[in-house]
Ligand binder design. Structure first.
Ligand code: SAH
Length: 196
């Protein structure tokens, strides 16, 4: 069915911050996502030491998995609480510094240096700030972006990709007239037109 009923819906940054404050984070998977395990080989394609991007990362435990495998993880998330929780829940020491290019933006980096999490809106990022990536784990990201911002989001993501990169995208399929989202329903045809 069509996604018409969700097209106009907007969830503000304020509302996301509130969800974190209230502990309203049913999207967080304590055990990590089985689909990353299933498709890990597709993401890595036998390569090591990759730069992997987690858009709208929350406190996804998959960031720890990939860092432990020797990859460099970069995430972006508006909620500072989510990022602090990530480091403390994994017992990882980190430091915090401002990001000169982004007003109000902060970088939380593990002391070991292989996990760098930006606290700002994803729309504040560009490849000149974060560089380009060999892999992307997009779970709860495209489907969490406001439908009116999808084009902008996809263009940004395409700009952040290295030539030989892999992009794993998780979407959800359901009747958009029965649930207001997020996660939003993103039809396969739209994914094709967004990413080509
Ligand atoms: N990917 C994570 C979180 C999914 S929920 C996971 O799989 O668990 C979506 C997350 O995006 C929330 O934590 C929310 O705070 C964050 N978010 C929403 N809009 C954002 C934006 N414009 N820039 C960065 N983060 C954003």
């Amino acid at each position: 069915s069509d996604a018409g009923s969700q097209k106009e819906r907007v969830v503000t940054e304020e509302e996301w911050l509130q969800k974190w404050e209230m502990g309203n984070i049913g999207f967080h998977k304590e055990q990590g996502h089985p689909l990353l395990q299933k498709y890990l080989d597709v993401l890595l394609n036998g390569r090591s030491g990759l730069r992997i991007f987690f858009p709208l990362c929350g406190k996804a435990v998959e960031m720890k998995w990939l860092a432990d495998m020797g990859h460099n993880v970069v995430g972006v998330e508006v909620s500072e609480q989510a990022l602090k929780d990530f480091f403390s829940e994994h017992g990882l020491p980190y430091c915090e510094e401002p990001v000169p290019e982004i007003s109000g933006g902060k970088l939380f980096q593990s002391t070991s240096g292989n996990i760098s999490l930006y606290c700002c809106s994803i729309y504040d990022l560009s490849s000149s700030i974060v560089g380009k990536f060999d892999g992307v784990w997009d779970r709860g990201a495209l489907v969490a972006v406001n439908p009116c911002d999808r084009q902008r989001y996809a263009s940004l993501m395409i700009n952040l990709l290295e030539k030989n990169s892999s992009y794993l995208l998780v979407t959800v399929s359901y009747d958009p007239n029965k649930h207001k989202g997020p996660p939003f329903y993103v039809p396969e045809s739209e994914i094709k037109s967004l990413f080509g």
